[in-house]
Design a protein around this ligand. Sequence first.
Ligand SMILES: Cc1cc2nc3c(=O)[nH]c(=O)nc-3n(C[C@H](O)[C@H](O)[C@H](O)COP(=O)(O)OP(=O)(O)OC[C@H]3O[C@@H](n4cnc5c(N)ncnc54)[C@H](O)[C@@H]3O)c2cc1C
Length: 384
Amino acid sequence: MDFTWTEREQTYRAELREYIAAHILPGWNHNDRELWDPRLKAVVKEFCKALGDDGWLTPHWPLEYGGLATSPWERVVVGEEMWGVGEPRGPQYMNVNWIAPAVMMAGTPEQKTKYLTPMAHGSVIWCQGFSEPDAGSDLASLKTRAVRDGDEYIISGQKTWTSYAHAAENIILLVRTNPDLEAHKGISILLVPMDLPGIEVRDIRTPFVTDLCHEVFFNDVRVPVSCLLGPENEGWSVVRHTLTEERLGINRYAYHEQALMEAMEETECVGRSLDDPGLLEQIGYGFAMFEAERSINYLAVQERIDDPHGVRPYASVWRAFGGGLAEYLLRDLLMELMGPEGLINETMADRDTELGTIGPIASGAYEIQLNIVARFCLGLPKHG
Ligand SMILES: Cc1cc2nc3c(=O)[nH]c(=O)nc-3n(C[C@H](O)[C@H](O)[C@H](O)COP(=O)(O)OP(=O)(O)OC[C@H]3O[C@@H](n4cnc5c(N)ncnc54)[C@H](O)[C@@H]3O)c2cc1C
């Protein structure tokens, strides 16, 4: 595999970097992505609208959906540049990377117009309602019901850990439409507005920022059947595709590298020396790990290019490595660098305590990724 960037890709990156620098909210950091302050929602929408207007929000989308059909590698460039500055698209990185592809894959022409257009304009925030109190790693055991009643579904149940639910206008929701079929087969996807009567969002208190994740309750919520994405009871195949896109659409290594560089500056600012050979060795180890993370991501991207519809084990290798090991490493390294000063609010070490703690759980636990790697990369038998 050739790891060098073409001249065109380098120019593309330089232009985007300049664009982001000119438009990003000064002082933006990755915690702002959670929209813990209501003003941040307006900031994100303004930034994404500008990206949409100027061709930087959905350049990798096909031409028929208003994209520019840029190459998968240009898509990587966009992800890296956004994550390198703390993901100023806020929750909209989910829209462009995996919620929209799910709509493109399974939506009716009307749904595509209705949902993709606002996403391409950067004017809508979505959240993802998959996990439930007893359905996280074992997602197929989800219980939230949607019962058909004439031209409507009536939804009842509870989702949990839902990121961005407090700010979202829509939710991509997994529901059980047939409890008599085996677990994977009776699941459907509904695209649901969040302002309907019977939907209640509650913040889950964490030691990190407020509104990091939420519980969402559905109390006999009525939606028209036109909200159904894809065939009834066959949502699982769309979800599997979506989850792989999710794993690839997050270029965290760019953030990890940037965070380590910023933390080194902060360390010097608080008067701690970076000359200690032991510390330097750890910093070197950190950068090497993040470089390895980047290479595994590129392998996963190449895998998708080579076989867009196949099983993609390297997406899981990447997710296990980047979402698990690298984030633990970064969190511990930053604390080591900063010492007690790292506990002060707004230092990079303090902020990263959040990502380093939740990263190995959110979007699929580390151990689950390892299970997939064991089965599909190493050919080991399925447990149980
Ligand atoms: C910050 C954050 C944001 C999130 N955002 C969203 C969101 O927006 N939308 C959404 O739908 N979900 C979201 N999630 C939920 C996330 O996808 C789940 O937390 C994750 O899939 C794990 O599920 P669980 O929490 O139920 O843990 P469990 O499935 O109960 O797992 C608990 C522990 O047991 C281990 N374990 C479980 N099964 C196995 C197994 N078969 N083999 C080995 N080990 C196993 C796990 O690795 C884990 O360490 C978010 C979670 C977090 C922390």
